[in-house]
Write a protein that binds this ligand. Structure first.
Ligand code: SF4
Length: 344
């Protein structure tokens, strides 16, 4: 008996880490299987505090926030399962960050709760994504045919989402996945910095680089994108670039083969700034999580490349204590400096 013949399974998804990247895929996949999908509320200070309390202090801030979201979900809903995927590899030559490899266990042993975890494991080094979907379906009592259909449907929906995201509004599109009106993201009033008389006359084009869970995590990055927009900046992110920018391989040098998958995307986006996008981008802001191993490896490479080609570059390290005023001062002086250079 599968779950369409029983009650609809209530499955919770934490709104953190790769939810910001694969959320549209997961929700479409679970929707196809007739699950009742529940997403945790947008990040709050309480979520960050809760996560920080229980996570190992050496973990990066996105992991701590993830712990907080798991707790938020468990306290809001009576769930049949909590969905915690394991991303190992989706390209044969690359790996995801080790934190994604151990995510289900890190949560299970770090938080201790009774709700069962359901894991979708993506590891193309071991089996295809369709096989992963089939294995997932076995837990819920679905046959292979249904799971292949569900995976294909989810991927089609994911592509549609990515096409829409090319035009911007990524976070708004992502928020639409959660239909609970109580979870509406509260709009923060951001003060317009540029006087009305000259607004729009001296725009600056900024590429905001980094993992989607840093770039679109508005609580931890203090609404960075909205603040930049209030400073008359046009914003580009990884999610706005066409897929063609991610085809050509990144070569660093003969000794260092870049095998971190997400960092590969970041490096390819940085390369876009220096090649096809050279005349479209005036400066780069790289958002990095405190205690992130993979990002600290490529940060130096990106910084040196930008310096060599004279592309204005700023890195902002995010942690649970990041203050608002320090961040605003840094982005204001960065954009002012670019604007003076561009329009003088
Ligand atoms: S890539 Fe960095 S920020 Fe992301 S989970 Fe790994 S250590 Fe944390």
């Amino acid at each position: 008996m599968n779950q369409t013949e029983k009650h609809r399974l209530k499955i919770g998804i934490p709104r953190a880490l790769y939810f910001y990247k694969y959320g549209p895929l997961w929700t479409a996949f679970l929707d196809f299987l007739n699950c009742d999908v529940k997403i945790s509320i947008p990040t709050t200070s309480v979520i960050v505090e809760d996560g920080t309390k229980d996570a190992n202090s050496e973990l990066c801030v996105p992991m701590k926030i993830y712990f907080g979201h798991v707790k938020a979900l468990l306290s809001e809903y009576d769930l049949d399962y909590i969905f915690i995927p394991r991303y190992v590899s989706s390209h044969k030559e690359q790996f995801f960050c080790p934190k994604f490899l151990i995510l289900p266990e890190a949560v299970k042993y770090g938080l201790k709760f009774d709700t069962p975890i359901i894991t979708l494991e993506i590891n193309v080094k071991k089996n295809s994504e369709h096989e992963s979907a089939i294995n997932f379906g076995k837990i819920l009592g679905y046959n292979e045919e249904t799971m292949i259909k569900a995976w294909n449907y989810a991927n089609q929906k994911y592509e549609e989402f990515q096409d829409k995201a090319l035009k911007g509004h990524y976070i708004e599109l992502l928020d639409e996945l959660d239909t609970d009106p109580k979870h509406r993201r509260k709009k923060k009033m951001i003060k317009q910095i540029i006087p009305e008389a000259i607004r729009g006359k001296f725009p600056v084009n900024i590429l905001v680089l980094g993992h989607a869970y840093n770039v679109y995590e508005t609580h931890i990055n203090r609404d960075l994108i909205s603040r930049l927009k209030a400073m008359d900046c046009n914003i580009t992110t990884i999610e706005n670039l066409p897929k063609s920018e991610f085809i050509e391989k990144i070569t660093i040098n003969e000794q260092y083969h870049q095998y971190w998958q997400s960092e590969d995307e970041i490096l390819k986006t940085a390369r876009y700034c220096l090649k096809d996008g050279r005349n479209k981008i005036d400066g780069i802001i790289f958002l990095i999580s405190f205690a992130c191993g993979p990002d600290s490896l490529i940060q130096e490479i990106v910084m040196r490349d930008m310096k060599k080609r004279k592309m204005p570059y700023l890195d902002l390290v995010l942690d649970e204590h990041s203050g608002e005023s320090g961040l605003i001062t840094r982005i204001e002086s960065f954009t002012d400096m670019i604007r003076r250079e561009k329009f003088q």
